[in-house]
Design a binder for this molecule. Structure first.
Ligand code: FES
Length: 110
């Protein structure tokens, strides 16, 4: 029996392949991405000047901020063009349902 590790946020069909969608979890804006390499979740606000990362271009394993094109690794949130970084959260699929565990919840459970 598998147990969901996170909280339900959307259906698989809600996020087209190669795109992101913004959701709110615990009052926190999270960008959920459906990339060719899998599903990822990052804090949705770019640390540079608040750009909406969910609207960014998904390219390989990164998202490109739509405002000034800084790149962030989808899996880790690390900045690929600067030292800026965003927090990455865990994503799990169960059938057609998408679940997210916030990074703070992962640390609390460890
Ligand atoms: S706001 Fe994202 S790169 Fe400037």
């Amino acid at each position: 029996m598998s147990v969901a590790i996170g909280r339900y946020v959307c259906q698989v069909d809600d996020v087209p392949l190669g795109e992101g969608r913004a959701i709110t979890l615990d009052g926190r804006r999270i960008a959920v991405f459906r990339a060719a390499g899998g599903w990822f979740a990052l804090d949705a606000i770019c640390p540079h000047r608040g750009g909406p990362l969910a609207d960014g271009i998904v390219c390989d394993s990164a998202v490109i901020c739509p405002l000034h094109e800084r790149r962030f690794d989808l899996a880790t949130g690390s900045g690929l063009t600067t030292d800026d970084a965003v927090v990455a959260h865990a994503v799990e699929l169960q059938g057609e349902r998408v679940f997210i565990t916030l990074a703070a919840e992962q640390r609390a459970a460890a």
